[in-house]
Design a binder for this molecule. Structure first.
Ligand code: NI
Length: 167
């Protein structure tokens, strides 16, 4: 397995829309494993392939404290949603920034698992928020897009300053 580099906002590659995975093969499984490793190392609770510069519709999530609830969603699709909920969100691509986003309270997701098997899942609370956040990534969208332009401008400046410090 290997650690992958996570792109940081406002990197334009985070805006690339991801393409569906045609076949879940060993290459895809290797990517999934690397994404899990990268997410755990960060540490984070969710990661989309877009964030590691792979434009494929793949998401990994684990909300547990001890890495015991790994979820892999390949070609995830929200087929139903209900309710509303406001949650404070963060993102590995926007490090150090947290803000409140309004999303659906529960969602019904269809996807393929790591073996390419189709499954559907009805989820709520943090897992529902997380999958909505990650599917946004696959569509080139970030949680800061839900914030005001003023706030987003401030975050952008902060991220650019941070990047200059690192380089
Ligand atoms: Ni994110």
């Amino acid at each position: 397995m290997a650690l992958l580099q996570v792109l940081h906002y406002p990197d334009p590659r985070l805006r690339n829309p991801a393409q569906p995975v045609a076949q879940v093969d060993d290459e895809v499984r290797r990517l999934v494993d690397d994404m899990f490793e990268t997410m755990y190392e960060a540490p984070g609770i969710g990661l989309a392939a877009t964030q590691v510069n792979v434009p494929k519709r793949i998401v990994v999530i684990d909300l547990s404290n001890d890495r015991t609830e790994p979820y892999c969603f390949i070609n995830p699709k929200i087929v139903a949603r209900e309710g509303e909920e406001e949650t404070e969100e963060g993102c590995l691509s926007v490090p150090g920034i947290y803000d409140t986003v309004r999303r659906s309270r529960w969602v019904h997701v269809e996807a393929l698992d790591r073996d390419g098997k189709a499954f559907t899942l009805k989820i709520d609370d943090l897992l529902a928020v997380c999958i909505q956040h990650e599917i946004d990534h696959l569509d080139g969208k970030l949680f800061v897009d839900y914030l005001s332009e003023v706030k987003r401008g401030r975050i952008r400046k902060k991220m650019e300053k941070l990047r200059r410090k690192i380089l």
